[in-house]
Design a protein. Structure first.
Length: 320
């Protein structure tokens, strides 16, 4: 027995970071099952899956990555898709809601030329580290922490770095970026906690911005003429400075290929579906138990005194 699910689906190619998008409300507990089935049954080239919550009319409401992380490439692809619902000609700045980032995220989209750029806030934290004898710089962004290391690609180092990051620097996702400063080239490895997946990605938007933050520690000293291109394994990502109402931000992006939206179906194995249902029932029961405990808890009146406190008051002040 299997559980068959049918939904609207399209594929995006933002500089080689192949992303599948499910356009349908999906219970979060099923997102990993959907992702696994999409990769196995629909498109083996997909590196990640985003889940778009559609509106009854017009542009969609928000987009969530499977692991709840923030992904710059998926966000700009989603922004370009959303911009298609508006009557625009040329560049348009739209605000979107995505996982891994509080509030809205700005996407500058050009539907006609199929380009999109996502604006990223400055680093939350920057720290120099030494891991396995290599000097590194940790750039913590919203929803993901990137470790920049000027070294040749080393798969064993990725595992060692992730061990340190997961232990000492808790986050939704981690990137390990091998960066060649002279050639402005990087190779990104990205690990997502929620899905427990590790990919050598074709490109990484937030990783590209982390590298630029590594090169340029103070964005306020840069003007809006600043532009740079960082070569990722599947192509170049462009970065420029743009001043929004809340200050200057790096915008990263370039071309995005979007397929047509099509009806697709997957078959979720019975054991996987039953595991999701069991986990859901467990969460519901825990919530019910918590609510019952809160309802049964008697309110405490801070003016009420214990017998011992009353005796002390009588002895001290001489009243009955």
């Amino acid at each position: 027995m299997v559980m068959k699910k049918t939904f609207n689906y399209f594929r995006a190619n933002p500089c080689g970071n192949i992303t599948g998008f499910v356009v349908a409300p999906v219970y979060p507990g099923y997102r990993k099952a959907y992702t696994d089935c999409i990769i196995e049954q629909i498109d083996k080239d997909v590196e990640q899956v985003g889940f778009i919550s559609p509106a009854y009319e017009g542009a969609p409401l928000r987009m969530d990555m499977m692991g709840g992380e923030f992904c710059a490439n998926a966000t700009r692809a989603y922004g370009l898709y959303s911009a298609g619902f508006y009557d625009t000609d040329g560049l348009v700045d739209i605000e979107v809601y995505v996982s891994g980032h509080k509030g809205t995220t700005d996407v500058i989209a050009d539907v006609k030329n199929q380009k999109a750029y996502v604006a990223l806030d400055g680093p939350i934290e920057r720290e120099n580290l030494t891991i396995a004898g290599k000097d590194c710089t940790l750039i913590k962004l919203h929803g993901i922490s990137h470790l920049v290391v000027e070294a040749e690609e080393d798969r064993e180092f990725v595992d060692k770095a992730l061990e340190v990051l997961k232990k000492d620097y808790k986050d939704d996702a981690y990137g390990v970026l091998f960066f060649n400063k002279e050639k402005l080239e990087m190779i990104p490895y990205v690990y997502v906690e929620g899905s427990e997946t590790l990919f050598r990605e074709g490109s990484c938007g937030s990783g590209t911005v982390a590298v630029v933050n590594y090169l340029e520690s103070d964005i306020d000293k840069l003007d809006e003429d600043y532009k740079i291109a960082i070569k990722n394994p599947a192509g170049e990502l462009e970065v420029f400075v743009y001043e929004f109402e809340d200050g200057k931000k790096f915008c990263v992006g370039g071309k995005v290929e979007l397929s047509e939206v099509e009806k697709k179906s997957i078959e979720i194995p019975q054991d996987v579906a039953l595991a999701v249902i069991a986990e859901h029932d467990k969460i519901v029961e825990e919530h019910k138990k918590k609510m019952a405990e809160e309802e049964n808890q008697e309110p405490v009146d801070e003016n009420d005194l214990t017998d011992e406190e009353l005796k002390i008051m009588r002895d001290k002040f001489g009243f009955d």
